[in-house]
Design a protein around this ligand. Structure first.
Ligand SMILES: [Zn+2]
Length: 260
């Protein structure tokens, strides 16, 4: 499933390959994929004859700015969406094992006047395209998260620390796998109340987030963490038994020994 690292990889492909090319046609065959009142007709009106001018990202939301003043396109990859520009596919193929080159899964895309294409291929159809997305509701981006921002996000919340880290309004970009990984690295029990995470632990957690995202980017994506998601495998740090629970509605793995 695409996490922030895969979304950033998709953004980089868009930024490198999809900008400043005139859009000749819009491919939007699936009304269900268009969200928040967006229609195929509105997308055609906004995009034909224009070009994308920037590919930005906050958390897991990509925003394409366009040469038409005030027109922006929100791109959500969902659970299986993949960006393809001129046949180049963003992200590690392992993450996208279910995402084969099947054109009926092209839920949205554009044909450029130069003959190339940008397509969003999404077998599970859980991604979305929207015109003029609301960018104000997302918290600070996880890839550049500071101690101060993490401290503000955790605050005095009485929710489990895992729930707060996954709340996109508080911190944008951390999904289930990444949150388990960073809490394991920081030695913090995912069920602890956010308010009870000490100042020292918050600093440790911020470093764990930055380090984990950097290391996993180098390794190739969000599936390359060190925390095994398998109860038959001992904790790589101390050999302790791993635990599987449901926290914040999600399957959660942690170490019984070193996560407190
Ligand atoms: Zn451990």
């Amino acid at each position: 499933m695409p996490e922030i690292l895969e979304v950033e990889a998709a953004r980089q492909v868009l930024a490198a390959c999809a900008l400043d090319r005139e859009i000749a046609r819009v491919h939007a065959p699936d009304a269900w994929f268009l969200k928040r009142g967006t229609t195929a007709a509105a997308l055609r009106h906004a995009l034909v004859g224009a070009s994308f001018t920037a590919a930005r990202r906050t958390g897991k939301q990509i925003v394409l700015d366009t040469s038409t003043p005030s027109v922006r396109i929100g791109v959500h990859l969902g659970m299986s969406g993949r960006v393809i520009v001129d046949g180049t596919e963003a992200g590690d193929p392992l993450v996208y094992a279910s995402n084969r080159a099947v054109s009926k899964w092209h839920r949205f895309g554009v044909h450029f006047a130069d003959g190339g294409t940008f397509m969003l291929r999404d077998p599970r159809r859980l991604g979305a395209i929207e015109l003029d997305p609301d960018e104000s509701r997302l918290g600070p981006d996880a890839l550049t998260l500071t101690v101060r921002q993490l401290d503000a996000a955790l605050g005095t919340s009485t929710a489990p620390v895992k729930a707060v880290l996954m709340d996109q309004h508080r911190i944008a970009g951390l999904g289930n796998l990444l949150v388990d990984e960073v809490l394991w690295r920081a030695g913090i029990d995912p069920a602890r109340l956010a308010a009870d995470v000490t100042a020292d632990e918050r600093r440790t957690l911020q470093r764990a987030i930055r380090t984990a995202l950097r290391v996993m980017t180098k390794r190739g994506g969000s599936h390359t963490g060190d925390l095994p998601r398998d109860l038959d495998v001992p904790c790589p740090r101390d050999g302790g038994a791993l635990e599987r629970r449901r926290i914040a509605g999600r399957t959660t793995f942690s170490c019984r020994v070193h996560q407190r």
